[in-house]
Ligand binder design. Structure first.
Ligand code: PEP
Ligand code: MN
Length: 275
C-alpha cells in the first residue's frame, strides 16, 4: 500500500502500536465500541426515552447533537447550551459517556466541560482553526470524514489534532459524495482496512449518515465489523416519525437492539470483545 509521505504522527510506527482511548470504563480501540443516540437532543424527555432502552440493549457511549450543521438555515439548529446540559444530565443518570459535535472554535472549551468526546463533523473536517482548537483540548476527538475528502486529506486533518498535542483521535467513516444518489452517501468500506493498515488510530463507521436508509443500517453495520472497524455510530430516536432532524434515517431502540445482537455475533467471529 502507498504511504502518504506528508504524514508523521498518525502513521503506524515500526512496532505497530495501536491507540487505545480510555473513557471511563470504555476502551475505544480495544474490542468493539457502540455509540448510539439521537441525531439531535430535542428535549430531556426525548433524550431519556431514547437513551434508556439503548442502555438496556447495550451501548457504550450516548450521542446527541446540540449544535447542528444543517443544510438549510430554516431547519432545526439544535438546542445549543440547553442541549449540552440535557445530554450531560441523561448521560450521568444512565452512567454513559456522551459525545456531541462542536461547530465553532469559541464553543470548544465549554462543550468539552460537558461531554466526554468532542465530534468534528463532515462539514468541518477541514476547518483548520477548529482542528487546532480541539487539538488543544484534553478530551478525545471523533473526526468524521469530509464528504468530499480523500483518505489522505482526512488523515492530514487527524495530523492537525495530533500535532497540537491531543493524542486521542478517533476516525469515523460516514460516506462520501459520488455520482450515486440512491443512497444518501457512498459508504467507503475499503477506507476501514486502509486506515487500519496506515495508522494506529481507531476507526468507526456511521452507517446512518453513510446510507441515509434505515434498511441499510444492519448490513452496513455488519460489514463494518467484518472490515475491521473498532466501533459504530448509529442514530436512534425513540419515535423516528417525529424526529426533528434526520428522521428518514433514524431507527427505533428495538431495531437497534436487533442489529446490536447481530453485531455481537459478528464481533465474536472477528475476535473482538463487545459488551
Ligand atoms: C452527526 O453525526 O450528527 C452529523 C451531522 O454527521 P456528519 O457530520 O457525518 O454529517
Ligand atoms: Mn444526523
Amino acid at each position: 500500500m502507498k504511504k502518504p509521505d506528508n504524514l508523521k504522527l498518525c502513521l503506524k510506527s515500526p512496532r505497530n502500536q495501536k491507540t487505545i482511548i480510555t473513557i471511563g470504563k470504555v476502551k475505544v480501540g480495544s474490542g468493539f465500541t457502540m455509540i448510539a443516540g439521537p441525531c439531535s437532543v430535542e428535549s430531556e424527555e426525548q433524550t431519556y426515552k431514547t437513551a434508556l432502552p439503548l442502555k438496556e440493549a447495550g451501548i457504550d457511549i450516548l450521542r446527541g447533537g446540540v449544535f447542528k450543521a444543517r443544510t438549510s438555515p430554516y431547519d432545526f439548529q439544535g438546542l445549543g447550551f440547553e442541549g449540552l446540559k440535557i445530554l450531560k444530565k441523561v448521560g450521568s443518570e444512565l452512567e454513559l459517556p456522551v459525545i456531541t459535535e462542536v461547530l465553532d472554535t469559541r464553543d470548544v472549551e465549554i462543550t468539552a466541560s460537558y461531554v466526554d468526546i468532542l465530534q468534528v463533523g463532515s462539514r468541518n473536517m477541514q476547518n483548520f482553526s477548529l482542528l487546532k482548537e480541539v487539538g488543544l483540548s484534553d478530551k478525545p476527538v471523533l473526526l468524521k470524514r469530509g464528504m468530499s475528502s480523500t483518505i489522505e486529506e482526512w488523515l492530514n486533518c487527524a495530523e492537525y489534532i495530533l500535532e497540537k498535542g491531543n493524542p486521542n483521535v478517533i476516525l469515523c467513516e460516514r460516506g462520501i459524495r459520488t455520482f450515486e444518489t440512491f443512497t444518501r452517501n457512498t459508504l467507503d468500506m475499503a477506507a476501514v482496512p486502509a486506515i487500519k493498515l496506515l495508522t494506529h488510530l481507531p476507526i468507526f463507521v456511521d452507517p446512518s449518515h453513510g446510507t441515509g436508509d434505515p434498511e441499510l443500517i444492519e448490513p452496513m453495520s455488519l460489514s463494518a465489523v467484518g472490515a475491521g472497524a473498532d466501533g459504530l455510530m448509529i442514530e436512534v430516536h425513540h419515535n423516528p416519525e417525529v424526529a426533528m432532524s434526520d428522521k428518514a434515517q433514524a431507527i427505533d431502540p428495538s431495531r437497534y437492539s436487533e442489529i446490536f445482537n447481530k453485531v455481537k455475533k459478528m464481533s465474536a467471529f472477528m475476535e473482538k470483545s463487545i459488551k
